[in-house]
Write a protein that binds this ligand. Structure first.
Ligand SMILES: O=C(O)COP(=O)(O)O
Ligand SMILES: [Mg+2]
Length: 237
């Protein structure tokens, strides 16, 4: 008797040729959140009877996560950068941060670009030093979570950027394939370099170094151009 034929095996879900694993930074890359970070920092400092900060000072300290931000702010006022006051300020900052969206804006063209990239078959994820809770809340609030398959925040792993571990973990979650890390800062450039992943630099974020000195494979200032730029370089990654 002829064997009953097995139902045809499901097709292996292999990445399409020319599709990439695209990992995005969050603050200064997808969202311009510095005004909310500034407001939250001033609220928690003032609640302790401490002086508020000018916007440029807080903006210049963004990039290494909340713990480092608060340490830098304390040091800027000549205070001990670690210890109980630091812990208190970080805890209150994070609880404010989960709902601090009023002063934050998504950079122009981001939503459409993410949808277009996903529709082109690229796999998208986030690697940020923002704590995971506030990062998830921000992505949901701005409708940026739909196409994201993974989120690694500043407190998801014991390591955070510029250690390569968070970026490598995000990429591992997306599966094998060529990758690009899209970020705005020196921390992102260092992370990309340490993980041996090419960097696409978004120029409108919180960087201090000239764009050409960041070692980026791609430099862009406008998200509406991103899907086209990525199609152009995909084969060369
Ligand atoms: O929270 C920060 O300090 C920086 O966050 P980012 O990694 O998304 O730029
Ligand atoms: Mg950033």
């Amino acid at each position: 008797m002829a064997p009953i034929s097995a139902p045809s095996a499901p097709r292996l879900r292999r990445p399409l040729a020319d599709t990439l694993n695209l990992i995005f930074d969050l603050d200064g890359t997808l969202i311009d959140s510095a005004p909310d970070i500034h407001a939250a920092a001033n609220k928690v400092f003032q609640a302790k009877g401490l002086e508020p900060f000018p916007f440029a000072v807080v903006k210049g300290f963004i990039g290494n996560g909340v713990g480092v931000l608060v340490s830098r702010l304390l040091a800027a006022q000549g205070l001990e950068p670690t210890g109980p006051l630091h812990q208190d300020l970080v805890a209150s900052f994070i609880s404010l941060y989960e709902e601090a969206f009023d002063l934050t804006a998504v950079y122009p063209g981001v939503c459409d670009a993410l949808q277009a990239l996903s529709a082109q078959g690229h796999r998208l994820g986030i690697c940020t030093n923002k704590p995971e809770g506030p990062a998830r809340a921000a992505l949901r609030h701005f409708g940026l979570d739909r196409d994201m398959r993974v989120l690694i925040g500043g407190d998801t792993l014991p390591e955070r950027k510029p250690d390569p571990a968070p970026l490598l973990a995000a990429l591992a979650a997306l599966g094998p394939g060529p990758a690009l890390f899209l970020g705005d800062s020196e921390v992102d450039a260092e992370t990309a370099h340490a993980a041996n992943v090419p960097l696409a630099l978004f120029t409108e974020g919180y960087r201090k170094t000239p764009a050409e000195a960041m070692g980026a494979k791609l430099i862009f200032s406008d998200f509406t151009a991103l899907p086209g730029l990525i199609s152009h370089i995909a084969r060369r990654l």
